[in-house]
Design a binder for this molecule. Structure first.
Ligand code: ADE
Length: 221
């Protein structure tokens, strides 16, 4: 898979993809991630990328030209163009699964002060990562990239995302490691008795219980 991120702040991405699982996925050629500054595409003599809003109002609005030109340069017939914006479709694990099967994603980082409405016309998907406002779409695009890349086959063990929270609309069951007793808190005995059928039943029950307590809305689905 290839992911192209279109942003005004490429420096924000330094470090984030050079650690841990994402970095390993890049080294193993499971994914290629490129960061593009759309200011480089501006035809304005001063490389301007924003302007005042028609009709008046505060703040500057991202103009169409640099983003259109940048996306048109990157786009192929396999591309899915995504815009990060708080008024987009609420992001879900099921969307991460679907997107992890694509060949090429272009993620445009929106801007808190707004972007020209016509930019939506070049996007296949508009995604919000939650009901709160970030200063820009950069962190949202990092969230999308991270959650998608870990699902690309071979990046992490298949078994380990089978049990992820939100798989089958359930939260993950509780896990423990050594020591068996830490400051008086005991590991449930079912987990140390070696009866795999009982362990499976315990995990399933705990997963449903936790979902009922914390996210009953998931079970309703
Ligand atoms: N840009 C600003 N806030 C956002 C959000 N919640 N999701 C996606 N993009 C954003």
């Amino acid at each position: 898979m290839k992911i192209d991120i279109v942003t005004l702040f490429p420096e924000m991405f330094q470090g984030i993809f050079s650690q841990s699982i994402i970095s390993r996925a890049i080294n193993d050629k499971k994914v290629e991630i490129n960061i593009h500054n759309f200011r480089d595409y501006s035809k304005d003599p001063h490389h301007k990328v924003d302007d005042t809003p028609y009709g008046g109002g505060n703040g500057m609005v991202l103009t169409c030209q640099p983003i259109f030109d940048c996306v048109e340069d990157l786009k192929t017939e396999d591309s899915i163009v995504i815009l990060t914006t708080p008024d987009g479709t609420p992001y879900k694990q099921s969307m991460a699964y679907d997107l992890s099967k694509e060949k090429h994603l272009i993620i445009i980082c929106g801007h808190y002060e707004g972007f020209d409405e016509r930019i939506r016309s070049i996007c296949d998907l508009e995604i919000s990562i939650g009901d709160y406002i970030l200063t820009g779409g950069e962190i949202a695009s990092m969230v999308l990239t991270d959650s998608i890349v870990r699902l690309i086959p071979g990046v992490i063990e298949e078994e380990s995302h089978q049990k992820d929270s939100f798989n089958n609309n359930l939260l993950d069951y509780p896990t423990y490691t050594k020591p068996r007793n830490f400051r008086g808190m005991e590991v449930p005995s079912v987990l140390v008795n070696g009866d795999h059928k009982k362990i499976e039943e315990y995990r399933k029950t705990e997963s449903i219980k936790r979902t009922k307590e914390r996210r009953p809305d998931l079970l309703e689905k």
